[in-house]
Design a protein around this ligand. Structure first.
Ligand code: FES
Length: 87
């Protein structure tokens, strides 16, 4: 089982859950964000947060819509998935 779990929330942020100290969050220059004491945090993916890279809930105010369903690689390339159920 993975130690770090990242969940794409429906029309919302990426939720990161990891044991404390097992993940680092850094900016483009490699400077660390202080996530001490946070076993879980949410990263903005709508671009609207004023507290980037963290989600501040703005996504719900601006009507952010995201496609977050996991798709098998074969399906994404247009090749039929032999395990798929008929529609
Ligand atoms: S995803 Fe929540 S503010 Fe951007």
């Amino acid at each position: 089982m993975a130690q770090v779990k990242i969940t794409a929330r429906n029309n919302g942020p990426f939720r990161v859950e990891a044991p404390e100290g097992s993940v680092e969050l850094v900016d483009a220059d490699g400077n660390k964000f202080d996530i001490t004491g946070k076993p879980a945090f949410s990263l903005c993916r709508c671009g609207g947060s004023i507290n980037k890279p963290f989600c501040d809930g703005t996504h719900s105010k601006i009507g952010f819509a995201a496609a977050e369903a996991a798709v098998k690689k074969e399906d994404a390339q247009g090749t039929p998935d032999p395990g798929a159920l008929p529609k």
